[in-house]
Design a protein around this ligand. Structure first.
Ligand SMILES: NC(=O)c1ccc[n+]([C@@H]2O[C@H](COP(=O)([O-])OP(=O)(O)OC[C@H]3O[C@@H](n4cnc5c(N)ncnc54)[C@H](OP(=O)(O)O)[C@@H]3O)[C@@H](O)[C@H]2O)c1
Length: 281
């Protein structure tokens, strides 16, 4: 199989490593930065430096691929505005759609979206049949990008949208991210649920989607949503740090959506999670 991974960052690189360790396949990897080339070259057959909204460059990346995995994201861990989001997701998908008539061999497209497309469920469960309800301009871009991408589906081409929970794993461990909150007082009551997925399960689900020719939208989260207060308590206790306090007052900004995301479809497709619940703290 010939696979192109567009956006070889945290999860794209993990997927490249996983595919490299499985059955032989020809891998094209992309980055937007020349300085990432050296790190990626050992993982693939070809490394291209491009933005996916650059049509000639994207065509070059995809022209011999049987499958493409789009896992681009703007700015690493930096917060970016909705315009940058649109340039990264919507403009890339629009460019892909325009190129498809020239890419008849491309039989499968996998795209990493986010559970952020769902609205609030007051702590209830949501699955892939639940309505999407973007709560801000960033989520609206993700919804629009998904809706554009599914136009690529045909009898000859499968489209799989993976809606990821919040990603953690090596280099993005929870202790480092949240220990700085120890001893602080946070707005609200901390009872909102958070939905997580380990990096290696994101890579595993993407590889399973490729191997299994998935052609649907699939939530990629682990088995156990965590209330934010419980998670921070666990982290602070394990590190012997003072707990986070909750003011009970309404958060100044719009509160996080409270929903528990179901992974039943992921499991029914046969994927066995490597990390069924948060670990490593
Ligand atoms: N992080 C989370 O908790 C989370 C939650 C839900 C969903 N997701 C989704 O998961 C996917 C992977 O996230 P990640 O954490 O692996 O992101 P990441 O580490 O920031 O990697 C993103 C990759 O996309 C590349 N890129 C940026 N802009 C691009 C563009 N315009 N065209 C093509 N490539 C571009 C980056 O290039 P460089 O190599 O030059 O940096 C990098 O290789 C994304 O689709 C993200 O939306 C993430």
């Amino acid at each position: 199989m010939r696979v192109t991974i567009v956006g070889c960052g945290y999860v794209g690189e993990a997927l490249a490593r996983l595919l490299g360790a499985q059955a032989p396949c020809h891998l094209t990897l992309t980055t937007t930065r020349e300085q990432r080339r050296a790190a990626l070259e050992p993982l693939g057959d070809r490394v291209l430096v491009l933005k996916a909204s650059d049509a000639p460059a994207l065509k070059q990346a995809l022209e011999s691929a049987d499958a493409a995995v789009f896992c681009m994201a703007p700015g690493g861990d930096r917060q970016v505005n909705a315009g940058v989001y649109a340039a990264t997701y919507r403009d890339s998908i629009t460019t892909l759609l325009a190129l498809l008539p020239e890419l008849p061999q491309l039989r499968q497209i996998i795209y990493t979206s986010s559970c952020g497309v769902y609205g609030d469920a007051a702590g209830g469960w949501m699955d892939e049949c639940s309505p999407v309800l973007p709560r801000d301009a960033h989520a609206a871009v993700l919804v629009e990008s998904e809706q554009l991408l599914v136009q690529a589906r045909s009898d000859q081409r499968r489209v799989c949208v993976l809606r990821l929970g919040a990603i953690y794993g090596p280099g993005r461990d929870l202790n480092r991210r949240f220990q700085s909150l120890a001893g602080t007082t946070r707005p609200g009551d901390g009872q909102t649920h958070s939905n997580w997925i380990h990096r290696d399960d994101v890579a595993g689900a993407m590889a399973a989607a490729l191997a299994g020719a998935w052609d649907e939208t699939v939530n990629v989260v682990d088995d156990q949503p965590w209330r934010v207060a419980d998670l921070l308590d666990r982290i602070c206790t394990a590190a012997e740090l003072p707990p986070v306090q909750w003011s009970g007052a309404s958060p100044e900004v719009k509160p996080m959506a409270d929903r528990r995301i179901s992974n039943r479809r992921l499991r029914s497709l046969g994927y066995a999670l490597l990390h069924p619940t948060l670990s490593g703290f």
